[in-house]
Ligand binder design. Structure first.
Ligand code: PNS
Length: 159
């Protein structure tokens, strides 16, 4: 079977325990997993791209086939540049599925060579999102139960 190069794209602002769970599981499925941070997001970020890349590197340091990278523009163009044959996305809820299905179909139309696979979020992380972690932090709460230790250290500095 051909070597599987997978991309796990996202904003990762900040990376959560749910992201780390997905990275670990996707790393077992692919020969090489690229965790790709979207650069040109419209959202008001909590962390810079560089900080997010640093955190992702730290929390995935024990996974030798995982690479952290950033990308601009269309995901399918990035997938073509990186010769990736798989896009991995996590699904927590039916609402996620609707959005992700649309994105998967559009991406598949633009670049049929790259297949999208959905991984169900593990039950214990199915309620977790970066947006909610950000809100907890902004309102002075403690997100220690929701993010890896390396992320928690930086969140404390933001708060
Ligand atoms: O973590 P997120 O914010 O849910 O990730 C969304 C992401 C980065 C996967 C998505 O917005 C994306 O792929 N953006 C790149 C631009 C693109 O290709 N858009 C067309 C998708 S149909």
């Amino acid at each position: 079977m051909a070597s599987l190069v997978a991309i796990y794209p996202g904003s990762f602002d900040p990376p959560t325990n749910g992201h780390l769970d997905l990275i670990s599981r996707a790393a077992r499925l692919a020969n090489h997993l690229i965790v790709a941070i979207l650069r040109n997001t419209q959202k008001q970020p909590l962390f810079t791209i560089e900080e997010r890349a640093e955190m992702l590197k730290e929390i995935s340091a024990h996974l030798p086939n995982v690479e952290i990278d950033c990308f601009d523009g269309l995901l399918v163009d990035y997938a073509a540049r990186r010769k990736a044959n798989l896009i991995v996305r996590g699904i927590r809820t039916v609402a996620d599925y609707e959005v992700e299905l649309q994105m998967a179909h559009l991406n598949s139309r633009m670049r049929p060579q790259t297949e999208t696979v959905f991984l169900p979020a593990s039950a214990e992380y199915s309620f977790l999102s970066s947006r909610m972690v950000k809100e907890i932090i902004m309102l002075g709460g403690d997100a220690a139960n929701f993010v890896p230790e390396a992320v928690q250290r930086r969140l404390k500095r933001v708060n």
